[in-house]
Design a protein around this ligand. Structure first.
Ligand SMILES: [Mg+2]
Length: 432
C-alpha cells in the first residue's frame, strides 16, 4: 500500500523533498519519516490523518488563503502612508511601487534594528546574505560587523528564546505573510535615511515601523476596512472539494476538529463565512479566536465569550461545542475534548503557516504534532522566484564555501518540527 503511494525518500536532508514536491507541481505532500521526509501522493493524507483523534487549523493562510500580491500591495501602501503622513518620512523611496521592490521580500529574513541591515540566516544561525538598504553586504563587510564566524551572537538561543521572552530584541524577524512586506519598507527607509544624511551609527526607525504595523491592523488602520469592502480582491474562496474534505474528516473518521486563530472574532466570522460559507462553524467542534499564539500553547489564560457589551470568563468544565470563544489555553482545550468525547484524546495535529507560532511552539511545548502550510512551495514554481537578492526560501550556500548547501532559518525550523509539509490544503483537496 505504502510503496505504491510514496516515493523519493531522502534520508539525509530537508532540501530535496521540497524540490521533489515542486517538481511534482505540488501534487502531494511531505510526511516526516525519522529525520527526513517522504513524498506522498494526495490520497494518502486521509490515511495519515485517520491516526489522529483531533485535527486543528489556523485560519489565515491555512484554512483561508489570500491573494498574496494584492495583500502585500495594500499592506505596503497603508504602511507607507502611515510613515509618510504620520511620521514625516521622505516619500521618495517609500512611494516607489511595491511591485518594483517585491524581490526584497522573503519570509524568515531578520532585521538588525540598530544597524538597519537585513539578514538571511541559516538554520544554525550563520549569516548567508545581508543587505543595507538595497546595497548588498560582502562577506568581509559582514564578518567585520558580525564576527569572523558570521554568527551574530544576538541570535543565540533562537527560536526558544524568541518564544519564551517578552523582552524586546535587537532584531525583528519577518515571520509570516502579514509582515513580510515590511522588509521592503525597512529596505527603503534605510535608503532614504542614507541618501539624506549618509550611513548612521545607530538607526532608530524601527519603533516607527512597528507602530505602523500596529496601526494598520487596528480597527481604523485600513487593513480590515479594505478587506471587508472588497474581499474578492484579497481573499480566495475555498473550493467545493476543500469544503467536502473538511466535512469528511469528521464524518468518516469521527475526528474532532477545531479552529484556533489569532485573528479577532468578527474577522474570523467574516473571513470563514466568505471562504467556507455561512455554516462555516458547523465544520468545527470548537472555535477559538484571538488565541494569542504562541502563548496559547503555554499559558493558563481563561477562555472568554465576548459580546458587544460583555466579556464572560468560562471555566474549562463549562466549555461547550458550537460556541465561538476567545483567548484560552491548550490544557483547557484538551480538557474540553476529553470531557466532550467518548474516546480519550491522545493524538492531535495542528495545521498552520507561522513557523514560530504554529509549528515550533506546539512541538517545543509537547502539545501536539504540527502540519506546516508552506505556500512558498507554489511560489518557487515561478521562473524568477529563486533569483533576486535573497535566493531560494528552501536552500542557500555559505558565501565562503559554495559547495555546501544549507537550509535557511524559516524552512529549517519547519523541517525540524513539522510532521507534515503541504503547499496548500485547498489545492490538495482538489486532488483527492
Ligand atoms: Mg496563519
Amino acid at each position: 500500500m505504502e510503496s505504491s503511494s510514496s516515493s523519493s525518500f531522502i534520508q539525509d536532508g530537508f532540501i530535496h523533498p521540497a524540490e521533489t514536491l515542486i517538481k511534482a507541481k505540488n501534487h502531494g505532500f511531505l510526511l516526516r519519516d525519522g529525520s527526513g521526509f517522504r513524498y506522498n501522493m494526495p490520497e494518502r493524507l486521509e490515511q495519515v490523518l485517520a491516526n489522529y483523534d483531533a485535527v486543528g487549523f489556523d485560519m489565515d493562510h491555512t484554512l483561508c488563503h489570500y491573494n498574496l500580491e494584492s495583500l502585500n500591495c495594500i499592506l505596503y501602501k497603508l504602511h507607507a502612508d502611515f510613515l509618510i503622513g504620520k511620521k514625516g518620512y521622505n516619500p521618495k523611496f517609500l512611494r516607489q511601487s511595491y511591485a518594483s521592490g517585491k524581490h526584497f521580500i522573503q519570509k524568515g529574513l531578520i532585521l538588525d534594528k540598530q544597524r538597519g541591515n537585513i539578514l538571511k540566516i541559516s538554520h544554525d544561525h550563520r549569516i548567508l546574505r545581508g543587505y543595507h538598504g538595497t546595497n548588498p553586504l560582502g562577506v568581509e563587510e559582514l564578518k567585520a560587523i558580525y564576527g569572523s564566524d558570521l554568527k551574530w551572537k544576538e541570535l543565540e538561543g533562537f527560536p526558544q528564546k524568541q518564544a519564551s521572552s517578552k523582552s524586546p530584541n535587537s532584531y525583528y524577524i519577518f515571520y509570516d505573510f502579514f509582515v513580510v512586506f515590511a522588509s521592503l519598507i525597512c529596505t527603503r527607509i534605510v535608503d532614504t535615511l542614507d541618501s539624506e544624511a549618509g550611513p548612521q551609527e545607530i538607526y532608530n526607525f524601527w519603533s516607527d515601523v512597528y507602530e505602523g504595523l500596529e496601526y494598520i491592523f487596528s480597527t481604523n488602520g485600513g487593513f480590515y476596512e479594505n478587506l471587508l469592502g472588497s474581499p474578492e480582491l484579497y481573499i480566495k474562496k475555498s473550493s467545493p472539494a476543500f469544503k467536502s474534505w473538511l466535512q469528511s474528516l469528521n464524518t468518516k473518521h469521527r475526528t474532532k476538529l477545531f479552529l484556533l486563530s489569532n485573528s479577532p472574532m468578527d474577522f474570523v466570522s467574516f473571513l470563514c463565512s466568505y471562504c467556507l460559507g455561512p455554516s462555516w462553524n458547523e465544520h468545527f467542534d470548537i472555535v477559538i479566536t484571538d488565541g494569542d499564539k504562541p502563548s496559547f500553547f503555554m499559558s493558563d489564560s481563561n477562555f472568554q465569550i465576548i459580546t458587544q457589551d460583555t466579556t464572560e470568563t468560562v471555566s474549562k468544565e463549562n466549555l461547550t461545542s458550537n460556541i465561538i470563544y476567545s483567548k484560552g489555553n491548550w490544557k483547557d482545550l484538551l480538557y474540553f475534548f476529553n470531557n466532550y468525547s467518548d474516546i480519550p484524546l491522545e493524538k492531535v495535529i495542528y495545521f498552520g503557516d507561522s513557523f514560530l507560532s504554529d509549528i515550533f511552539s506546539p512541538v517545543s511545548n509537547s502539545c501536539c504534532h504540527t502540519a506546516a502550510i508552506v505556500e512558498e512551495l507554489q511560489l518557487e514554481g515561478l521562473p524568477d522566484s529563486q533569483d533576486g537578492p535573497w535566493g531560494s526560501f528552501f536552500k542557500d550556500k555559505f558565501a565562503e564555501d559554495s559547495s555546501k548547501e544549507v537550509v535557511p532559518l524559516c524552512y529549517g525550523t519547519i523541517c525540524h518540527n513539522a510532521t507534515l509539509i503541504i503547499p496548500s490544503l485547498d489545492d490538495l483537496a482538489k486532488d483527492l
